[in-house]
Design a protein. Structure first.
Length: 227
């Protein structure tokens, strides 16, 4: 399982060769992978598809804290001593997901330097994103937060090639991610479309085309919210 260099490392191919402690399953859209309160005993890797990470209040109110896509890990907090899941993860489309037992992934981290390097880079990237999300919630307007969410969903700013078309996603989900109301999301989505920053036909659940010009909303210090 040796690699010829950092750029050549392919986690999907590498993980496919792991002996023991690994399983792969296909999930239908909207299926729960694990729920808040479940035992935390494995790490998951998305081979194909998308999933959303949500936290639920005692009253049942949902807050979407992350959208994950192909090539991303989740559930890694079990490696740092988390005993129970603090969030629920559900698929947003049909997805193929690999489950790695805690013991199996710890063995990989200790024995496979290439995997360890890639996995640490993943953890650092996740930490940076969480910190940026916190700053976003504390200091930015809901318009800026929505623009940033759309850019993230389209992979702008990531090493992978941007995906200008976002798969089906509801305004309710976007509102939960941004921390605002559905009506505000609808208002800003219409504004973005009118300005040519995004494009979609009819309901946004049919797919959204994100243009790089949307970055101007995020980079601008004082977006003109009401225009």
């Amino acid at each position: 399982m040796a690699t010829t260099g950092k750029d050549a490392f392919d986690p999907k191919s590498f993980l496919a060769k792991v002996n023991g402690g690994r399983s792969i399953a296909t999930y239908r859209k909207g299926q729960t992978i694990f729920s808040q309160g479940d035992t935390a005993d494995a790490v998951f890797y998305i081979q194909k598809g998308k999933a959303k990470v949500s936290v639920f209040s005692e009253q049942g109110k949902e807050a979407v804290v992350a959208i994950l896509g192909t090539g991303e890990f989740f559930g890694e907090a079990c490696l740092a001593g988390q005993v129970q899941r603090i969030a629920t993860v559900k698929t947003m489309m049909e997805s193929v997901i690999m489950r790695l037992d805690k013991k199996a992934i710890l063995r990989l981290i200790h024995e496979e330097p290439s995997f360890s390097e890639m996995f640490i880079a993943h953890l650092l990237s996740r930490t940076i994103r969480v910190e940026a999300d916190l700053v976003d919630q504390l200091f930015n307007s809901s318009e800026k937060r929505l623009a940033r969410v759309l850019l993230q969903l389209a992979n702008f700013g990531k090493e992978s090639r941007p995906e200008p078309i976002i798969a089906k996603i509801s305004q309710e989900t976007l509102a939960e991610m941004v921390g605002t109301t559905r009506s505000r999301v609808s208002f800003f989505m219409n504004k973005f479309r009118r300005l040519g920053l995004i494009a979609y036909n009819g309901d946004i659940e049919g797919g959204i085309e994100v243009h790089s010009s949307l970055l101007n909303v995020v980079l601008h210090d004082r977006p003109d919210v009401e225009r």
